[in-house]
Ligand binder design. Structure first.
Ligand SMILES: Nc1nc2c(ncn2[C@@H]2O[C@H](COP(=O)(O)OP(=O)(O)OP(=O)(O)O)[C@@H](O)[C@H]2O)c(=O)[nH]1
Ligand SMILES: [Mg+2]
Length: 230
């Protein structure tokens, strides 16, 4: 693990910070809200970052989690989320090849800047079969080549798939915190990823305790500052 990762990684903080990144309109907000509330509302505010603070049950014990539903393209230019988060969920739409290409770029950036951070690649909108532009096998192979987890989901149609993939991802994050910071860490995460495909289910997420809307540049600056203080 690089020094920068050590400084940022949650091993020094009890809070797990997850950034949800991806192109416009791929379903980042729908997935976040679906996971935390089990609801699919249909339309979501998309002009700003939303920070959800919550207490989740992971492997039988409570874990404070912060999920940043990032409004693009802020993360690309400011790099704030790259430094703030301990783990990354990268979303694309299976009906939008450009969003998949963009997800690949984000994946590359995360892997180069945060080499040991757990990453989950999520292909959303798999209910829209007739509009599919990205095959599952292609995305799975991209994820594997970067030692990232992968799932195809539909925030609109299936709460179960969304819950399973994010629960399982949180378990991986928890495990990665307990492991040594040797350079083998990302390799090991591949076997964890495969193992998790048949993993157990954790209890349903607890309610959100706080929602912060990060409207201003000032707020993002504070976020950056706090991530550096960890
Ligand atoms: N059919 C279908 N539509 C979805 C799904 N997930 C989200 N949508 C729709 O896709 C649109 C965009 O969803 P959002 O969750 O706002 O996407 P986003 O990535 O947060 O969008 P921005 O914040 O604007 O970048 C909305 O109209 C959603 O209702 C899904 O799984 N299936
Ligand atoms: Mg959004």
């Amino acid at each position: 693990m690089r020094t920068e990762d050590k400084m940022i990684n949650g091993s020094s903080s009890p809070v797990v910070r997850i950034a949800v990144l991806g192109s416009y309109q791929v379903g980042k907000s729908a997935l976040t809200v679906r996971y935390l509330t089990k609801r699919f509302i249909g339309e979501y505010r998309s002009d700003t970052d939303m920070l959800y603070k919550c207490q989740l049950q992971v492997e039988g014990s409570p874990l404070p989690v912060e999920i940043m539903d990032a409004a693009p393209p802020n993360y690309a230019s400011s790099n704030v989320h790259m430094h703030w988060a301990e783990a990354f969920v990268i979303v694309y739409s299976v009906c939008d090849r450009e969003s998949f290409r963009n997800a690949g770029e984000i994946l590359e950036t995360v892997c180069s800047q945060r080499s040991s951070a757990p990453v989950l690649l999520l292909g959303n909108k798999n209910d829209l079969h007739h509009l599919r532009e990205v095959e599952e096998v292609e995305a799975r192979s991209l994820a594997l080549s970067h030692a990232a987890r992968f799932s195809e989901v539909s925030a609109a149609e299936s709460c179960k798939d969304v819950t399973e993939s994010l629960d399982s991802f949180l378990r991986e994050i928890k495990i990665s915190r307990c492991q040594s910071s040797s350079p083998r860490q990302r390799k090991l995460s591949v076997s964890r990823m495969l193992g998790s495909l048949i993993g157990r289910h954790s209890p349903p997420p607890a309610p959100i305790t706080e929602l912060i809307i990060l409207d201003k540049h000032d707020d993002r600056a504070k976020l950056m500052k706090s991530s550096r203080q960890l």
